[in-house]
Design a protein around this ligand. Structure first.
Ligand code: FAD
Length: 499
């Protein structure tokens, strides 16, 4: 008899889980609290503008990397992407200098050397790391199979297959960016590396990203994040899977330490042979399952590991074109901008100028993002009037700062939309609005996270809380891994193709 699976959440992790479950002969139902799929890969319409509040950039969308095969399996390869010629532009207002992080490594190295002649040694080392990794396909390194099923022989095979890139994942390459930059003389170069992603990640992470950019294997989504999720939904439905929208799961049913199903907010009960959670790990483990199924590792992870700091995102629909701006621009500002409870000197702007999907002809969406505090926005939201006032104030501050860079912009604004960490939480229920789960650090980068809880049967976890870090690639693999594990536990061969 066909066994049934209930998946909690139709984010990318839940969708990948459902797809692999259907391919492997399970009857799968996904329950999603929102009326649309995608979770953190979210877009929303404001008048004629499409605001993209999700995925910045991704790889795996075209042949040449092993990761592409996985994207193909889940249908995500059908989401159109545009290759990046420039990963980002970094502008230092104070010294009036800027640099483009070009896909062309010769040009990038030349730009770095011209701007930061005293740091020639670090520049050479940094570019060497990118070049070294660009010669091999590491896209599946550590992801091929769930760690729970890897034998010593499998690890040796994995290391052998990745031998060319292996040396970049040990020793000094694993140094956090914040430590790596201490050798740098020029403060602008230091900040360029620090803010390219996150200061706690190992330097090899930047090399990985930039090596993919240099191979033209890194792109942006032409039709926004939601298109990526919808392509996965198409694949899931085509395979016979069912999605129930507007269906918030309020509880997980457990009998004799075996999960038997779920309860929805409307009180309805849905039973299944297996449940796979692809929603916030804190809610599932500590609220729904009441913290009963833990071990030391899980407790440590949830109590000690930090989650990524959330964003506050100020979006404008502007009746202007920004043809000369780079899609992602980091700006170190001279004058600070008041972002709620803190002054910020660092701004990330996304110009959605690379596709007509976001705004009508001649118009553009621009998004100004700041890292911010969860607690501040969460407390503020208790008084809706104050919260709305703070959002308004922030958009005013940002606009008056933009006016200095783009004179006249204030009169061209047609839409303003502010998404706070509270918005991200309300929409996805992720702990503290965390957009990538746990904070990627040198330790978590190589850590493995179990997909089953001790003492609990018929229950698995996928999505960003089931991996050491979130992101599109890890959560899609989490869906694959969880079904590999389940098949293994059922004594069934795991397959990846429905034919
Ligand atoms: C602004 C931003 C930029 C990003 N940029 C990148 C990037 O450039 N590259 C990259 O790789 N990654 C990026 N990410 C991260 C990546 O998008 C996420 O890690 C990934 O999408 C998480 O997927 P998930 O399925 O694990 O979780 P989620 O997307 O959170 O999905 C969980 C789903 O479960 C639903 N849900 C929650 N609780 C319940 C409940 N009780 N009942 C029913 N349904 C429920 C939610 O509504 C949601 O749809 C970015 C994220 C954001 C927000």
């Amino acid at each position: 008899m066909t066994k049934t699976i209930i998946v909690l959440g139709a984010g990318l992790g839940g969708l990948a889980t459902g797809i692999y479950a259907q391919i492997n002969g399970f009857k799968t139902s996904i329950f999603e609290k929102n009326s649309v799929p995608g979770g953190l890969a979210a877009c929303w319409k404001r008048k004629q503008y499409l605001i993209d509040g999700g995925i910045h950039f991704l790889s795996g969308y075209k042949p040449g990397l092993n990761l592409y095969n996985v994207f193909k399996e889940v249908g995500a390869h059908k989401a159109e992407c545009i290759d990046l010629d420039i990963y980002a532009r970094f502008i230092d207002e104070e010294s009036n200098r800027n640099i483009d992080i070009s896909a062309d490594l010769i040009e990038f190295q030349k730009n770095l050397t011209t701007l930061f002649p005293k740091d020639i040694g670090v520049i050479k080392h940094f570019i060497k790391g990118i070049r070294g990794l660009s010669k091999s396909d590491f896209s599946e390194f550590g992801f091929k199979n769930p760690p729970e099923l890897m034998t010593t022989k499998d690890w040796i095979k994995d290391f052998w297959e990745n031998r060319k890139s292996l040396r970049y994942f040990v020793g000094k390459s694993m140094m956090p960016v914040k430590e790596y930059v201490t050798k740098i003389h020029d403060p602008m170069f230091r900040e360029l590396l620090l803010y390219m992603f996150l200061p706690d990640i190992p330097i090899v992470f930047l090399w990985m990203v930039l090596s993919l950019v240099s191979q033209k294997q890194m792109g942006v989504l032409k039709n926004g994040s939601i298109d990526f999720a919808r392509k996965m939904v198409d694949r899931f439905v085509e395979l016979g899977g069912q999605i129930h929208y507007d269906s918030k799961v309020s509880d997980i049913l457990v009998k004799d330490d075996k999960v038997t199903g779920i309860v929805l907010e409307d009180g309805s009960v849905h039973n299944s042979d297996f449940c796979i959670s692809a929603i916030d790990g804190f809610t599932v483990i500590f609220k729904m399952l009441k913290g009963k199924y833990l071990n030391e590792n899980i407790e440590r992870r949830y109590k000690k590991w930090k989650v990524v700091d959330p964003f506050v995102s100020v979006n404008f629909g502007v009746n202007m074109e920004f043809k000369d701006d780079v899609w992602m621009t980091f700006i170190k500002t001279t004058d600070p901008i008041n972002v709620g409870n803190k002054e910020k000197n660092f701004v990330l702007i996304r110009f959605f100028n690379y596709s007509k999907s976001f705004a009508p002809e001649g118009k553009t969406v621009i998004q100004v993002d700041f890292e911010t505090d969860w607690e501040y926005w969460f407390e503020l939201r208790k008084d809706i009037t104050k919260y709305r006032e703070a959002k308004k104030q922030l958009s005013k501050e940002v606009l008056s700062w933009l006016e200095k860079r783009y004179p006249g912009i204030s009169n061209k604004i047609e839409v303003t939309d502010v998404a706070t960490p509270y918005t991200y939480w309300r929409y996805t229920l992720n702990q503290k609005g965390a957009y990538m789960g746990f904070l990627p650090t040198t330790k978590s980068f190589v850590a493995t996270v179990e997909k089953q809880l001790p003492g609990l049967e018929n229950f698995y976890m996928a999505g960003q809380w089931s991996m050491s870090m979130g992101g599109v690639q890890p959560v899609i693999y989490s869906g694959k891994h969880v079904i590999q594990l389940l098949c293994n536990n059922e004594g069934q061969e795991f397959v990846t193709k429905d034919d």
